[in-house]
Design a protein around this ligand. Sequence first.
Ligand code: PEP
Ligand code: MG
Length: 544
Amino acid sequence: MNKFTGKGVYGAIAIGKILKFQRRELSVKRKHIEDADSEKSRLATAKELAVHQLQEIYEKALKEVGEANAQIFEIHMMMIEDEDYNESIKNIIETQMVNTEYAVAVTSDNFSAMFGSMEDSYMKARAADIRDISNRIISNLSAGERENVIGDEKVIICADDLAPSETVLLDKEKVLAFVTAFGSSNSHTAILARNMNIPAIIGVGSDFLDTVKDGDYAVVDGFTGEIFVNPDAETTKRLQKKQQEDEEKKRLLQNLKGKENVTLDGTKINIYANIGGVDNIGAVLLNDAGGIGLFRSEFLYLENSDYPSEEQQFAAYKKVLESMAGKKVIIRTLDIGADKQVDYFNLAKEENPAMGYRAIRICLTRPEIFKTQLRALYRASAYGNLGIMFPMITSVPELEAILKICDEVKDELKSDGMEYAENIELGIMIETPAAAIISDRLAPMVDFFSVGTNDLTQYTLACDRQNSIIERFCDTHHEAILRLIELSAQNAHANGAWIGICGELAADTSLTETFLRMGIDELSVSPSFVLRVRDTVRNINLSE
Ligand code: PEP
Ligand code: MG
């Protein structure tokens, strides 16, 4: 038996066979571009990153396999800077006005064919190196994709890390658990695992993948963050018992369906659910959520290979609104960038993507994308009780610009003779310290606030939510965060707006009483946490 320990991000037990997640060969599409200079700067950034990666590999190889074997990585670093290779890529970009990935792929084919046809065996072998460095650059440009390789049997997916786009592409019905060598508990992959009710452990360490193999039998304890590979009979028995007890507890929570979210002294709160797509509606209804407090609409974009059309988006939003039959549905506008990368947006690699070109910043820079989404949202509003909220707000002018675009969209729909609801609530996410601090200025402009504690934590504590190394410095209960939430609540209420929390902290039942005392009106959590939070609320007495 081998035991590995990481951090459990969804408490449940899974027992089954391991499947190691495989990377897929990169597929490169030819795309027409308008700005050759920006493509060339994408190339420079991807190359810089590649050299940095190779330097790290070189140093590790030097220690582990010696100078002679490590040399190849030095050669790769030199090849990346080769003048002919770079000239070829730039010429292809400029003359054909195509994307960098395509220019690199064509150059790679040409150069590797040239080396492959040489007599000299040393030069011949360089063909593989050309392909290798080119794949590295392409992968840096496009964040890399992996293949969904699951067969008929349910499996425990083990990976180095999983990007949100990779996680969403997995067939959820066949995943028993996720275990990743790296990753952090506030990452979107961890959030997705919670949303999908899938036991998950992250950060079990780099040895893990070298030790386990496909088909190994394992038990995952998402409560303690332990995974037992080829466990002995006693461990299996103990965890099977724990699994039964957990399932029994979850069954008992079912008795709370249909009951109010009310404290012992009569204070009420809304408990809504967070979703990533239409597929999650079943879980929302099954867990008796009072509404949807956060629909992460970007998953529509992540699942698509091109910009989803207005009609496609309209159909998805309408379906959610109709399924919720008049209950509140808050749809957040596109929040891509940072860890949520979508190939066809062609976003450049950034030094600090979390603080970079993401979410509302993309929407305000590319209003055609924003308007398409808003048109779909407004049109869908005729079919239910819609609220729209905007992510990553930091300033009043930003919000003014958004509201102006909303008005333009409404005017356009009116002149197109399209129906939409007049009473749509508009809100913003409070997920930057700036928004919380100026919440007195923002509150009069909107109907509601929704606190995104995942990002608010990373920006307040200067802790990258993707970085597992600094997880211990990332205290989600930090006084600064609680004070910012309280300040936002006071300013919301003083201006007639309501306030909810939709970050992961909303499901932290050790804080439910604190939130109630602050006057938080709504908590939006993964569907499977709704009844647990209801149970907590019903046992709180605020008059004590
Ligand atoms: C948050 O930041 O808390 C949030 C809910 O948004 P996301 O996790 O999608 O960034
Ligand atoms: Mg966020």
